[in-house]
Design a protein around this ligand. Structure first.
Ligand code: ADP
Ligand code: GN1
Ligand code: MG
Length: 356
């Protein structure tokens, strides 16, 4: 790692390098230099992102577009090039590394500390989508094909159950049955995307609260990070994944399932911020936001369960059974959302009435 960091155009010589953050995909380190500068060093997950050059082209283009659109230095990520002027470096093992300026003076939260934090994250993700409304979507690489193609996620689950490479399927029959019973409903958004009923926009696609930075002092939204999955998608994905993660009453991997549910208050807070930042959503898009929350919750549950069956090869795990805990928590959350479907729709309708 010492060797690779020296290939980037840092200010000062690196003096410390420590693991950082709670992402599930890339390796992330915080680097300090003797000039007092801080940087984020990342090792891109090569099995998740088979085309790293495509990922880096997307990140470069999207960051430049937002920088120009907003004129704010802290509004987007800034890549630090290598001494040769490249956006990333490849080491002797074929691993791909990149460096970002550390965005100073921010907090990155795994759970909102106040409703206002969550509101600000809605403003951040909503603004992100609004800023990218005229981005030439056709130039984006599809960094992970079928990322939010929920029926395809189900196909992968069924294949994993069939292969059962770790012999774990027998012990998770109830979870498999829960998922399969909802397969048809979980495919609704994808069908609406294919039929053209919902417009395809440039979306972030991984809108967890810990993919946004808030100012440490004012607690206002600063910027959206983790741009590896920026691709054409539906507004309901971005809205939905934020709700899944941040409007839940417990963490994504909660083991006490009775603690897991949807906070309708938090749902309302997020919806208010998102609709304010994205005023151009169509009526149909607004109506499908609750479906987005439920679909993203089911989809993540299916993905965690699939990864558990495959032997934990995709998401970073920190304890035995971690992916199964995550799947169970997502399914419990989805079940609670089913009970609160009408209430979620009423919240959206209420916000629309206020705006009219
Ligand atoms: P992953 O894909 O593994 O989730 P992220 O790009 O989200 O990786 O980075 C992991 C964590 O590192 C983030 O949640 C955030 O805490 C921190 N981080 C990433 N980039 C920056 C940055 N430029 N400035 C400050 N913190 C950052
Ligand atoms: C991953 O990279 P990270 O930790 O922000 C995943 C998301 C999941 C999320 C679940 C590229 O997000 O799709 O929703 O974990 N990212 C990728 O916590 O697969
Ligand atoms: Mg992340």
């Amino acid at each position: 790692m010492e060797d690779v960091i020296r290939r980037f155009r840092l200010e000062g010589a690196p003096v410390r390098c420590e693991r950082y953050g709670s992402g599930h995909i890339n390796g992330t380190w915080l680097v300090r230099t003797d000039a007092g500068r801080r940087y984020i060093l990342q090792k891109l997950n090569r099995s998740v992102f088979p085309d790293p050059a495509g990922v880096m082209e997307n990140v470069t283009a999207v960051s430049a577009f937002i920088a120009e659109r907003t004129g704010g230095r802290r509004r987007c990520l800034h890549l630090v090039p290598t001494w040769e002027g490249e956006p990333f470096a490849t080491d002797g093992d074929g691993e791909v590394w990149r460096v970002y300026d550390f965005v100073e003076g921010c907090v990155c939260l795994d759970a909102p500390e106040t409703p206002e934090d969550f509101y600000q994250s809605a403003v951040a993700f909503g603004s992100f989508q609004s800023w990218l409304a005229d981005f030439p979507a056709g130039t984006l690489h599809e960094t992970i094909p079928d990322f939010h193609n929920t029926p395809d996620r189900y196909r992968k689950l069924r294949a994993a159950v069939g292969a059962d490479v770790c012999g774990r399927a027998a012990q998770v029959r109830p979870e498999i049955a829960f998922a399969l019973a909802r397969e048809e409903a979980a495919g609704a958004l994808q069908r609406m995307r294919l039929s053209g009923e919902l417009p395809v926009r440039v979306t972030h696609n991984d809108t967890k609260l810990n993919n946004v930075l808030l100012d440490a002092t004012t607690r206002e939204a600063v910027c959206v990070i983790d741009l590896d999955t920026v691709m054409p998608g539906l507004a309901a994905y971005d809205f939905g994944d934020s709700v899944r993660f941040g409007a839940a009453t417990a963490p994504e991997d909660e083991r006490d399932l009775d603690a897991m549910g949807l906070s309708l208050e938090a749902f309302g807070v997020f919806a208010r911020g998102y609709l304010a930042a994205c005023p151009g959503l169509t009526e149909r898009e607004r109506a499908t936001l609750p479906l987005g929350a439920w679909t993203m919750t089911m989809e993540n549950g299916v993905r965690f369960l699939t990864d558990y069956l495959q032997g934990d090869v995709y998401f970073a795990v920190h304890r035995p059974g971690h992916n199964l805990d995550r799947a169970r928590a997502q399914f419990r959350l989805a079940e609670d959302m089913e009970k609160k479907r009408d209430a979620m729709a009423a919240v959206i309708a209420g916000l629309e009435a206020e705006r009219a």
